[in-house]
Design a protein around this ligand. Structure first.
Ligand code: ZN
Ligand code: CU
Length: 497
């Protein structure tokens, strides 16, 4: 008997190729980790999947992930693979575990650990060494990295509320350049957080210029997503315009009731910038609740005044798990303290490692943002090992396909897939990803367009979606029969040209 010609043959599915083209029935053959043929395919394969009635699409690209450390702690990344995600973009919001020095390790202990998870051992220093460490764990999905400004700044100058000195700036630039040379796809900032919030626009332009020099992007969690939304969008655009870096505005939203509807003004700012030639794009997750570190919205226990305690849920903590799933007013009752004192005590006792879910967005803004022509999908999932993480960690992509495309008809299935595949691949410069065509890497998701749905809820968020029976990364199955399985075929992706 001769060797089979293909590793995998997916027969008779409806191919949605990622470009936005109408679906068509075709076979997909995979060999050596790449797509060998799309069309009517004859020939033997080691494994044949009957995809009749199912959609066959490129694997999804999660452009806004915080999986940097999760890739080391849980390389299968089951919560993403089960959604059909085959590539995660890490290093978002200015946060990441490198460049690692003493101060960066303190940064983790003082709260970043609550978002990214615990680092067992900082077995690296530079950004490039960290990417090597991820490669060595053989992750199940592909990972690409942004160089995180917050980490660069803490490593170079600690928690100083001032501009960097010439020396400190030189250090940040050198570390950033090292990461870009090692394949990072751009620079990320988290300007709502310490220490990003201490940086003036000029510092960011100067750093974004370094990223732009390598062909990288500027990706930003902007300074203020509430009443300062418009100025913050203007700042991001200016940074792109003056540095020459394409701009990606992360998890675009209008936060807090008083600001609902503001996306009717923020999106036109993006359109105007694009019209004069600035490359600005956005991403969003398909939920009306946000999630972040409680310390970031309640410094010293005092909640940012636009938020109500009843709108803030404690998602995960380090020690006192009885508070997980409770709103801040309930936590106060349990502690028999006023809300401010209870919040402060919780943050102190949990060493700031408290993640909150905040019910602060309007459905009108969410669907308006999702429909914007430049909007990709980014989960912003916070991979807490404990507690009740925001359901976006497990549900983002199936929720867009099932709820927003199929039920709400925000856009066609083909368009939904395009925004999860070829659009992010082109924007983030991921070569030979995001399209189902001969020669591309075989990142593939097979799903049932009638059944695909997120099942993760705020109460019970750790649930795999339904309707996604198979997912392949570089030709290897990472989800088989709806179950995530370890495969180790993911690659660390370097920025393409
Ligand atoms: Zn963010
Ligand atoms: Cu984020």
């Amino acid at each position: 008997m001769s060797e089979p010609r293909y590793d995998v043959l997916i027969r008779g599915g409806n191919v949605i190729d990622g470009t936005g083209a109408a679906q068509r029935q075709a076979d997909v053959a995979i060999a050596g980790g790449r797509i060998a043929a799309v069309g009517t395919v004859d020939g033997e394969a080691a494994r044949v999947i009957d995809a009749t009635g199912l959609a066959v699409a490129p694997g999804f690209i999660d452009v806004h992930s915080h999986d940097d450390v999760a890739l080391l702690n849980n390389p299968t990344l089951d919560f993403k693979a089960a959604q059909g995600v085959t590539t995660v973009v890490c290093g978002n919001c200015g946060l990441g575990p490198a460049p690692a020095n003493e101060r960066l390790q303190q940064f983790f202990q003082r709260g970043v650990e609550g978002i990214l998870g615990p680092v067992r051992e900082f077995a690296w220093q530079s950004l490039g060494e960290f990417y090597e460490a991820v490669r060595a764990t053989r992750p199940g999905v592909n990972a690409a990295f942004l160089a995180p400004h917050g980490s660069l700044r803490v490593a170079a100058m600690g928690w100083e509320r001032r501009a960097p000195t010439t020396d400190e700036m030189a250090t940040m630039k050198a570390q950033l350049a090292e990461g870009m040379a090692a394949g990072a796809i751009g620079l990320s900032t988290g300007l709502m957080y310490v220490p990003g919030t201490f940086a003036e626009t000029d510092e960011l332009i100067e750093l974004a210029r370094v990223a732009a020099g390598f062909g990288g992007l500027y990706v930003s969690h902007i300074r203020n997503e509430g009443d300062g939304l418009l100025d913050s969008v203007r700042e991001a655009i200016r940074i792109g315009e003056e540095s020459g870096a394409p701009v990606q505005i992360s998890h675009h939203k209008a936060a807090a009731r008083a600001n609902w509807g503001l996306t009717q003004q923020s999106l036109p700012l993006i359109d105007e910038a694009r019209a004069r030639g600035v490359d600005v794009t956005i991403d969003a997750y398909p939920y009306t609740a946000a999630s972040t570190s409680l310390a970031a919205i309640a410094r010293g226990g005092r909640l940012v005044p636009v938020f109500q305690p009843a709108d803030i849920m404690v998602a995960s903590v380090k020690h006192q798990h009885q508070y997980e799933g409770k709103r801040l007013d309930e936590v106060a009752e349990m502690m028999d303290l006023p809300v401010e004192d209870a919040t402060k005590r919780l943050l102190d006792e949990e060493e700031n490692a408290v993640v909150a879910v905040m019910f602060i967005m309007d459905e009108g803004d969410v669907s308006r943002v999702l429909q914007h022509p430049t909007c990709m999908i980014g989960s912003d999932g916070i991979p807490s090992p404990t507690g009740k993480p925001h359901p976006r960690l497990y549900g983002t992509f199936p929720r867009v396909l099932g709820h927003y495309a199929r039920e709400e008809r925000l856009y066609s299935l083909e368009e939904a897939v395009r925004r999860m595949t070829s659009l992010p691949a082109a924007t983030f410069r991921l070569t030979d990803r995001g399209e189902l065509r001969e020669g591309a890497w075989a990142d593939v998701v097979i799903f049932d367009p009638e059944r695909v749905a997120a099942t993760a809820t705020y109460e019970d968020p750790r649930q795999y979606p339904t309707g996604i029976p198979y997912v392949l990364v570089n030709g290897e199955f990472v989800v088989d029969g709806g179950e995530p399985i370890p495969a180790g075929a993911g690659q660390v992706l370097a920025r393409g040209s």
